[in-house]
Design a protein around this ligand. Structure first.
Ligand SMILES: Nc1ncnc2c1ncn2[C@@H]1O[C@H](COP(=O)(O)OP(=O)(O)O)[C@@H](O)[C@H]1O
Ligand SMILES: [Mg+2]
Length: 141
């Protein structure tokens, strides 16, 4: 079995930070690399093409401090974490990216930024585990 490339799904939530801690521990243990993937959803209204670009750029800019924090966490723990933004539907983008880029494992939190407290597992986590061909590890809060 190969475990060299870990896709860590990062939405900045408490749940994803918990999953990051676990990912870093695992990566160090097996000497794997971590790529943190953050998916930005397209706007729900119908803007023009140029407005769409601007929307994504703004979203990525406002999320940049979270990404910096994540890199800092990696550095303090002796591991360089590559960070990537994808644009699209979160679960679909994560599943596709993991498969196409030949990741060995996806790690994510049980819960994210949205969701209902009644849900045991968030909708993105649920869809990724349902559709991914790449193994998935869900870390409970
Ligand atoms: N847009 C996203 N980009 C990257 N990872 C995400 C995104 N949304 C959710 N995740 C991952 O999925 C986990 C579960 O979140 P989610 O299923 O969205 O729950 P909720 O419904 O509570 O928001 C998060 O901890 C994170 O690891
Ligand atoms: Mg969510």
């Amino acid at each position: 079995m190969i475990l060299k490339k870990i896709l860590f799904a990062f939405d900045g939530s408490k749940g994803s930070w918990k999953a990051l801690e676990w990912s870093v521990g695992l990566a160090k243990m097996v000497d794997a690399e971590i790529v943190a993937v953050t998916v930005v959803k397209p706007p729900e209204f119908s803007p023009s093409i140029s407005e769409i670009d601007e929307f994504f750029e703004d979203a990525e800019k406002s999320f940049a401090p979270e990404v910096e924090k994540l890199r800092g966490y990696g550095e303090r723990n002796g591991i360089g974490i590559e960070t990537v933004f994808l644009r699209g539907h979160p679960a679909e983008s994560i599943v596709k990216h993991a498969y196409e880029k030949k990741f060995d494992l996806i790690v994510m939190g049980t819960r994210g930024l949205g969701g209902f407290k009644q849900m045991i597992i968030g909708s993105v986590a649920q869809k990724v585990t349902s559709y991914s061909k790449v193994p998935v590890t869900i870390i409970r809060e």
